[in-house]
Design a protein around this ligand. Structure first.
Ligand code: FES
Length: 135
């Protein structure tokens, strides 16, 4: 590929729809890749989309995570390839904007508002030694 993506979206490929045997993660990845490439601005180039086996949100399939350096990390659950592609693209656009990616549920796309399983602050390490204080 050659280009450097600043942010990542990971999609669980082992989640199963409740009561079914199918694993919709692969379909979700394909649709997300197509949609982000067609998004009409540079957002596609900012993201790498990959599959991952289980993010420990198995009760809320499918799970999808957003992360990047100096950005908050999000884990969403109950994501359906038939219903949430537009919301995931809208969130990608929001996430790629300058800043640490922190936002409240009302600021996120409507379809994702009740699907956040985790929001973890950006890991910006700041040690006592940086302040020149005794350790
Ligand atoms: S199988 Fe998808 S989160 Fe565990």
């Amino acid at each position: 590929m050659g280009h450097y993506s600043k942010h990542r979206i990971s999609v669980c490929t082992t989640c199963r729809h409740k009561g079914h045997d199918c694993r919709p993660g692969r379909v979700l990845i394909d649709r997300l890749r197509r949609a982000i490439d067609c998004a009409g601005d540079s957002v596609g180039a900012d993201f790498e989309i990959s599959g991952v086996a289980c993010m420990a949100g198995c009760d809320r399939p499918c799970t999808v995570a957003y992360y990047g350096s100096c950005k908050a990390t999000y884990l969403f659950g109950d994501i359906d390839p038939d219903d949430h592609i537009d919301d995931l693209i809208a969130f990608a656009r929001q996430y790629a904007a300058p800043g640490d990616g922190w936002c409240s549920s009302v600021q996120r796309p409507k379809g994702l508002a009740d699907k956040t399983l985790a929001r973890v602050p950006a890991a910006i390490f700041h040690t006592v030694a940086d302040d020149g204080l005794p350790q």
